[in-house]
Design a protein around this ligand. Sequence first.
Ligand SMILES: Cc1cc2nc3c(=O)[nH]c(=O)nc-3n(C[C@H](O)[C@H](O)[C@H](O)COP(=O)(O)O)c2cc1C
Length: 268
Amino acid sequence: MHIGSEKASSLDLLSVVVASLSDGYGLDSSTGDAFVENRLLIIVVVLVCCVAIFFVWRSSGRKPVEPPKLLVVKTQMDTKEDQGKKKVTVFFGTQTRTAEGFAKALAEEAKARYPNAIFKVKDIDEYATEDDEYEENLKKEILALFFLATYGDGEPTDNAARFYKWFTEGKERGTWLENLQFGVFSLGNQQYEHFNQQYEIVNMNSAKHIVQVGLGDDDQGIEDDFSAWRELLWPELDKLLQDENETGASTPYIAAIPEYRVVFVKLE
Ligand SMILES: Cc1cc2nc3c(=O)[nH]c(=O)nc-3n(C[C@H](O)[C@H](O)[C@H](O)COP(=O)(O)O)c2cc1C
């Protein structure tokens, strides 16, 4: 049996096994028919085993292993405590987390101001696992705040790209966001040609602005822009979220980005 320099095929392997068996085990031919039958049976069994092993080896080596499916909890149930409270969703589209920082800082301050409302901060990508869920979920929103950074040539951030594509391609959806009231703080840098372009996407539907768009300029002082926008936002949120007898509680503002924080040091 010749096995060439190339990789031996499975047939070569079988032939070697068969040949070695048919060469015998050093017994002479006088052992009779029964022995011949046994040898044939052994050969057949060995052949079947080899073929089976070959197929198992082939399938185990090539079959792509499917990753375990993630368990996605689609909707978060409101706790008993949350029931009856007004809900505000704070979305962020970010690349280097400034928008996320602002979203979280605003939500924290708002929680203290409006104890009868619930503020939930959401990564805009994680808000919907399937595109259809964007519509399904957004229809349930009454009040939302968007913090959206602009990248590239007026492009969305990576985590907002799917939402952006779905939202801008859906002009035929008509006036489906009419129940939604919203505010936008946009993050950009005026050195770029397409300054703060991202906020325009949320202007395209029938949702109503509660406050003018905040244009954050990273080239000048985006933290100041954010502070100024917040001052415009609070009176509008007061109207929407405060009960009649409540007065707005002013809370100390903690800068969202540590590098902008002012620290007062008592000199000795
Ligand atoms: C690579 C790059 C591209 C950018 N492109 C734009 C742009 O086209 N338009 C704009 O207004 N700002 C642009 N910016 C500025 C960012 O939007 C700005 O720094 C923003 O505060 C970043 O927010 P983030 O930290 O939440 O991602 C760009 C910044 C970088 C680093």
